[in-house]
Design a protein around this ligand. Structure first.
Ligand SMILES: Nc1ncnc2c1ncn2[C@@H]1O[C@H](COP(=O)(O)OP(=O)(O)OP(=O)(O)O)[C@@H](O)[C@H]1O
Ligand SMILES: [Mg+2]
Length: 494
């Protein structure tokens, strides 16, 4: 309990302070002020609203320390305001006494201290800013109207906008294709992916300035102020490299699987082919003898001829099987692929199935010569071209093109305008004996031979040349086969 004397001292100290000391009521009225404050703002300041006295405002300021919620959290409140071009600072303390419940004592701030504080604030702001700008992830923050607030260098690199243009003109909604921004906001607000207001490792696409769709992995959060959404911040990384690597790994895995399968099948096929070859030769020989040495009636003659035809078909299959089983021994010499393709086309176009097919040759002039076994490669071209003609059922356009690729490779493209390959069938077309062609109807061959060995033989030959054989369906229809061959056969004969 302070004595009367003590109170007098205190009052005099307060009055003689070279600081503004005012007491403000919860309804923003100045209820007491020391002489220093009165000297500055007028002796009649007591009884007036603080916002009117200090800032000439009609309504309380938005960050008023007297106001309810702020007051509760408040022990020391620092206020910085721009007043007629000069800085103004104050420290506010809640006064929890019976005489003035809910009041706040406000003492003005030492300007040099303010400067130091401001500098510290600026430094920490600059540090935080640097932290975001130098992040290895792309960082973009935007307010709820879509204006960009932060756009770091990585974001600029991925999306192709400069930071300045993004800050000045870009709307956050523009970086997502279609309704992507709404989708991301929906996810952010839901509990599903990391809790409300958070989004973790969300895969979505963004649009670059050039309109390219870029897959990204996004971590994002909503920034709240007083429970209200005021901004969003997203950290993301470009997934193109990862996806490319994933795809390459998957392709390598499939190729390894395919090679292992082929090696095993190759052995089996060679064994079976040799076993069948001898009895086939016998059937063929005896059927020939029947024809030559006996006077056969019409029906018997037809039957024997059917035996001979079917035997021939079996021999073809056996030949293919042996080709398929053949080990990688081949003679690789630099060869003119344009010439080889021309020859293959020349040989094939005489066949009836090609009569209504327009063949477009788009050969690159001066195409480098890859080291290869021409006979084997011609077999590849022939199988693929025949497939194309069969797919088009003898009507359409066949494009045969060559081009050189960077890194000492050449590419042969064989594209047709047929129905393309059914996506359900696509994974199997390189499997031995896989065919969608009707081979036999009452023992009669229809359409292609349909052994289902054409592509696997082609695949094997291309692999032996250390090349790549790819197939895709063209957007406008038809299948496109590409054969990539290296110019030099490093480490051949392994
Ligand atoms: N250009 C193409 N367009 C559509 N489907 C194709 C094409 N090329 C191949 N295919 C599909 O791939 C399957 C396998 O082809 P592959 O050449 O291995 O066997 P095939 O042509 O059926 O028989 P063959 O052993 O006589 O060549 C075909 O049956 C067909 O379904
Ligand atoms: Mg075929």
């Amino acid at each position: 309990m302070s004595t009367e004397e003590e109170r007098t001292y205190l009052l005099e100290t307060v009055q003689s302070l070279n600081r503004e000391l005012v007491v403000i009521s919860p309804d923003h009225v100045i209820v007491a002020a020391n002489d220093y404050a009165k000297g500055k703002y007028g002796r009649d300041m007591v009884g007036k609203h603080c916002h009117a006295v200090y800032y000439g405002r009609e309504k309380p300021c938005s960050s008023c320390p007297v106001q309810g919620q702020a007051r509760e959290e408040l022990f020391e409140h620092t206020e910085a305001e721009q007043m007629e071009g000069t800085e103004y600072g104050a420290v506010c303390y809640p006064l929890e006494s019976e005489n003035c419940p809910g009041c706040v004592a406000k003492v003005d701030f030492d300007p040099p201290k303010m400067d130091r504080l401001r500098k510290r604030l600026q430094q920490s702001n600059a540090f935080l800013h640097n932290l975001l700008v130098s992040s290895v992830d792309a960082v973009i923050a935007a307010d709820m109207r879509g204006n960009i607030l932060i756009f770091n260098d990585v974001a600029a690199e991925v999306l192709g906008y400069s930071r300045e243009e993004a800050m000045a003109r870009l709307d956050i909604r523009d970086i997502y294709p279609e309704d992507g921004a709404r989708e991301v906001m929906g996810m952010l607000r839901s509990e599903d992916k990391g809790g409300r207001g958070k989004l973790k490792s969300y895969r979505v696409e963004v649009l670059s300035k050039e309109g390219e769709r870029i897959p990204i992995s996004l971590n994002a959060s909503v920034i709240y102020e007083g429970g209200e959404e005021v901004a969003t911040i997203g950290y993301f990384y470009d997934m193109r490299e990862d996806l490319k690597m994933e795809k390459e790994l998957e392709e390598t895995r499939l190729e390894l699987f395919q090679s292992a399968k082929m090696a095993a099948l190759g052995k089996l096929a060679a064994g079976v082919a040799h076993q069948i070859n001898n009895p086939l030769a016998g059937i063929n020989l005896f059927a020939q003898l029947l024809l030559e040495e006996h006077e056969l009636g019409d029906e018997a003659l037809e039957d024997v001829q059917r035996i001979l035809e079917d035997t021939n078909r079996c021999r073809e299959t056996v030949r293919e099987l042996l080709e398929f089983a053949k080990q990688s021994s081949y003679e690789a010499k630099p060869q003119d692929i344009n010439k080889a393709l021309s020859r293959t086309v020349f040989l094939l176009e005489k066949h009836a199935i090609f009569h209504n097919i327009e063949i477009r040759k788009e050969f690159e002039e001066g195409l480098p010569y890859p080291e290869c076994d021409l006979q084997q490669l011609s077999h590849v071209f022939m199988n693929i071209i025949i497939n194309a003609a069969e797919a088009m059922e003898g009507n359409g356009v066949l494009r045969v093109a060559t081009q050189s690729l960077p890194g000492d490779w050449i590419r042969v493209t064989i594209a047709d305008t047929g129905p393309g390959i059914d996506p359900q069938v696509l994974p199997y077309i390189f499997d031995p004996f896989f065919s969608t062609k009707e081979t036999a109807k009452n023992g009669q061959e229809k359409g292609g031979s349909g052994t289902g060995l054409g592509l696997i033989v082609a695949y094997r030959i291309v692999r032996n040349h250390r090349g790549r054989l790819h197939v895709a369906n063209h957007e406008e229809g038809g299948a496109v086969f590409t054969i990539d061959l290296p110019l030099v056969q490093h480490g051949k004969g392994e």
